[in-house]
Design a protein around this ligand. Structure first.
Ligand code: SF4
Length: 599
């Protein structure tokens, strides 16, 4: 059942004893001041049974621990140990000197509960509320948000087709063995699959990798074993209760192996198989994390994993929304949903969304326009090698004419096939302005305009988004564009801050848990921003109640005695009346550098 933190602070709490020593301008001190307002135990009551069981570790304490873990980048075990022995953590958590607030498994269970019930949004929303309280984020009116994406390297190992197939086979074998309750080696030997239990199939295959036939034979063996294992899984599934956990595990493992077979192997004549050429965007590149995808952040930068999408309020620099997409997703995918999430989380109307040219496609502009949000993004540059690009032609949509760089005008509009979606289905008719062949043939700019082997005149396509693109180009030439450049940088700075908090590498397997990690990083990035700004402006003090403060004041000599004994015996002992004052005034000034937060 739900355990609650006592509203009455004790004079032996970490923040009462060590606050001055740790430093009042640190993130730890900020959490000590604000934790009562950031998280309330009642908000997490849905994760616990109403009556059954012993009272849990207060969820508000675990929330602060998760923030500290993200801030310091430590493991679950280390988080548990720091909460027990580290004065900075004791200050932030308000834990007693001899208290061990939680063990590793408690933190893991709590994180799993938050992820399964999508409750981690509460932590992120708490950071937005803290920003509002500190008047960093406005409470009403309109905001401009900047959008961008960055890569996240996946947690799973990325392997080639041979090892992917071997990993997939082993994964199904593990589920089958667990259900058969036999020792793994015995089961594998009985099915002639023991060679998959080694550390590396390719390493142990012992073939000449320059020999095509040997490679072909190994691939054939792998495919045949994969099909045999899938058949075993199909039969085992027949013995499982419908909807049971056993059936679910079998289905998941079989699906991954089936997907690897379908994406990487092609059937040739007879029983011959080969490795499929080319890579689809949906290719599973890791059996350990089947949600990882091959992605590109630019032409030169390739990665395997996921893509993080971030929205930031350009005025306050507060992160207003994050999302995790497939690594192969286009940057503008889900950008409108991200803007809408920002709107919902902040309660503020989005005046404009700012993005780089990856957001500036015609269909994306249309989506934002339909949602009533202004999208400010550069028009992607259209390159045509050495020839004139479309940008160098003037299209007049009112007169429906097109003027070329040589000054020739055409109003001849022709049909030119259909625009198709990814599945090859026709979406809309394509139209082009057609210049006369004779005019182009006599033109001195002909070699710079289009390929020499074409006999027809130059064609310029007119899309359904031409008006939007032209308006965007006009905005790019206006003085307003300079402001856009400055404001848009904010999101890059905030992504850099999140990279400092470890988002470049996924800590967990799967997109849902990676999203949890990203939300934690965004929460800490927001709170450290607020803490840094709060240091420079007077804030309302929170934390111990008036009665605690009274008790603390009256017991000052006693606390000073304890603190002096346990914290810094080496220090020459001042008169007890002056000790607390000395802690508050002298120690932070000298030791600030050691504990200065990375705001
Ligand atoms: S080749 Fe045709 S379209 Fe190109 S510049 Fe010359 S006249 Fe214009």
């Amino acid at each position: 059942m739900l355990g609650r933190r006592s509203p009455q602070a004790s004079i032996f709490d970490g923040d009462q004893i060590y606050l001055g020593h740790v430093g009042r301008n640190t993130f730890y001190a900020f959490l000590a001041r604000e934790r009562h307002r950031l998280f309330r135990d009642e908000d997490f009551a849905g994760l616990y049974h109403e009556r059954w069981g012993r009272p849990s570790v207060p969820p508000s304490t675990l929330c602060v621990a998760l923030l500290l873990q993200t801030y310091t980048g430590c493991s679950d075990q280390e988080a548990s140990e720091r909460a027990a022995y580290d004065q900075r953590w004791k200050v932030a958590l308000g834990a007693g000197e001899l208290e061990r607030p939680f063990v590793k498994s408690t933190l893991q269970m709590f994180r799993a509960q938050l992820t399964v019930h999508s409750e981690e949004m509460r932590l992120f929303e708490a950071s937005l509320e803290a920003a509002r309280r500190a008047t960093v984020l406005r409470r009403d009116g309109q905001v401009r948000i900047a959008l961008d994406t960055t890569r996240i390297l996946g947690r799973g190992a990325v392997k080639d087709t041979y090892n992917l197939l071997a990993d997939g086979i082993l994964r199904v074998m593990r589920v089958l063995v667990r259900q058969s309750r036999q020792p793994m080696e015995e089961w594998a030997r009985s099915k002639d699959l023991a060679h998959y239990l080694g550390s590396s199939l390719k390493g142990e295959a012992g073939i000449d990798w320059d020999d095509d036939q040997a490679r072909q034979a190994l691939l054939g063996q792998l495919v045949s074993d994969a099909e045999r294992v899938l058949e075993l899984a199909r039969r085992a599934r027949g013995g499982c209760a419908a909807g049971s956990a056993d059936e679910e595990q079998l289905v998941k493992a079989s699906e991954v192996l089936g997907q690897v077979l379908a994406q990487d192997v092609e059937r040739k004549s007879g029983d011959e198989v080969g490795i499929r050429k080319g890579t689809s965007a949906e290719r599973v590149c890791s059996v350990h994390d089947p949600e990882m995808r091959h992605g590109r952040k630019s032409k030169a930068t390739r990665f395997d994993g996921h893509k993080l999408a971030v929205a930031v309020d350009v005025e306050s620099q507060v992160i207003t929304a994050v999302d995790v997409m497939a690594g192969s997703a286009q940057d503008d995918e889900g950008s409108l949903e991200l803007a809408e999430q920002s709107q919902q989380a902040t309660g503020l109307e989005i005046e404009a969304a700012l993005g780089d040219c990856a957001y500036g496609s015609g269909p994306n502009r249309e989506r934002f326009e339909e949602a009533g949000i202004s999208l400010l993004a550069k028009v992607p540059a259209q390159r045509r090698g050495e020839h004139f690009s479309k940008q160098e032609f003037e299209i007049d949509l009112e007169q429906m004419t097109c003027r070329c760089p040589a000054g020739q005008l055409t109003s001849k509009l022709c049909r030119h096939g259909y625009q198709r979606d990814q599945a090859g289905r026709p979406i809309r008719l394509r139209q082009v302005f057609q210049f006369e062949a004779a005019v182009c043939a006599a033109c001195p700019l002909r070699p710079q305009c289009y390929k020499p082997d074409r006999r027809e005149g130059r064609r310029i396509e007119v899309t359904g988004h031409e008006g939007r693109i032209q308006a965007a180009r006009a905005w790019q030439r206006s003085p307003e564009f300079e402001r856009f450049g400055i404001e848009r940088q904010v999101v890059e700075h905030r992504i850099a801050r999140m990279v400092q908090l470890g988002i470049r590498q996924a800590r967990y397997v799967g997109r849902a848990k990676t999203l949890f990690q990203m939300r934690m990083a965004a929460t800490v990035a927001n709170l450290t921003l607020v803490a840094g700004l709060s240091d420079r402006r007077p804030t309302h003090q929170s934390g111990p109640t008036w009665s605690t403060r009274l008790a603390t004041a009256s017991l000052t000599p006693f606390i000073a005695f304890l603190a002096n004994r346990s914290v810094d015996r080496w220090r020459s002992r001042p008169t007890t009346n002056g000790l607390l004052r000395r802690r508050q005034e002298l120690i932070p000034a000298r030791e600030m550098a050691a504990f200065r937060p990375r705001f």
